[in-house]
Design a binder for this molecule. Structure first.
Ligand SMILES: [Zn+2]
Ligand SMILES: [Zn+2]
Length: 306
């Protein structure tokens, strides 16, 4: 939109200073150019090349001219950045003034007159989005499992891994102990439990085809990276099972195995490091792949005793 303020006076139209014009080389990429009365062209000055790598998702969805369409089974919406750029041109040295209309809502329109409309409260929308993000957080599970998958191969320290192979290793490289002693009036009984944390890592298959000459060597994953096609995305999502190997029970939901443990199993008692005698909670150890800062064993380093 072009507005002139003050209005163009024909007598000054031809007194434009050419020194700031940048017609050579031709800036073909400039998206904005405005023609006024055939003989004046205003073009965007391209100070910087648009660098998509520096733009975060948050920034992108609010970026001028960007439109995001969200389409799911239950919810479809679109956010279109229609920021108003009002450009003014003056041929005098008078200050250009701009009047802000100050309207918060500029337009409310029915998208399709042939179908009805239904109103939902902010609360309903908040609740829905909250539940939706909770569901999506499940995808976090995949990130955490894959991260430990790589850490397992790293910890095994063999620099390669074969399919159709299982490996049992001392995860964390430490041995822990629990002591109990029971004393009656005439007898004392001592009980000790030694725990060697062990992980059985089994690699059944790995079918990704690697193109050594490509910067993005896993073609299929690259396809996933470039798509928003739900079917392609779904084809990459793993099914995850949570098994209790003590009871031989299997669950597909994390909350179900937690429920099972709550009903059938006790919380693990703290343990002592066999070497430095430090008392440690199982929650802290499991969080750190059974490592702790130990001066006497290999815990905390990458090497694992063979
Ligand atoms: Zn169980
Ligand atoms: Zn220790």
């Amino acid at each position: 939109m072009i507005k002139t303020n003050p209005p163009i006076d024909d007598s000054v139209l031809f007194k434009i200073d050419n020194s700031t014009q940048t017609t050579t080389p031709e800036k073909v990429e400039a998206p904005y150019s405005i023609e006024i009365q055939d003989h004046i062209v205003v073009k965007e000055y391209r100070a910087n090349t648009f660098d998509g790598k520096k733009i975060t998702m948050k920034q992108l969805i609010n970026w001028p001219y960007i439109e995001i369409e969200f389409i799911s089974k239950e919810l479809k919406f679109k956010r279109t950045n229609v920021h108003a750029f009002k450009r003014y041109l003056t041929f005098s040295t008078e200050k250009i003034t701009f009047k802000n209309t100050g309207e918060l809502i500029e337009e409310v329109a029915v998208i399709n007159n042939e179908i009805g409309r239904e109103a939902y409260t902010l609360n309903v929308m908040k609740q829905y989005c909250h539940m939706y993000t909770n569901v999506l957080e499940k995808l976090q599970v995949i990130l955490i499992i894959l991260e430990d998958f790589v850490l397992d191969i790293t910890e095994i320290n063999m620099n390669s891994i074969a399919t159709n192979t299982s490996i049992i290793f001392n995860i964390g490289g430490c041995i822990y102990a629990r002591n109990k002693s029971v004393r009656t009036s005439d007898q004392a009984v001592s009980f000790a439990e030694f725990i060697t944390p062990k992980m059985k890592f089994s690699l059944f298959h790995f079918k990704a085809i690697k193109d050594e000459n490509s910067a993005t060597p896993f073609e299929k994953l690259q396809e996933l990276n470039n798509t928003t096609d739900v079917n392609i995305i779904r084809s990459f999502l793993p099914s995850i099972k949570y098994n209790c190997i003590y009871c031989i029970k299997s669950y597909s939901d994390k909350s179900d195995i937690l429920k099972h443990f709550k009903q059938k199993h006790c919380m693990e008692q703290p343990v002592l490091c066999y070497k430095c005698k430090l008392q440690l909670n199982i929650t802290a150890l499991t969080e750190n792949r059974w490592r702790h800062k130990c001066i006497n064993c290999n815990s905390g380093t990458q090497s694992v005793p063979r």
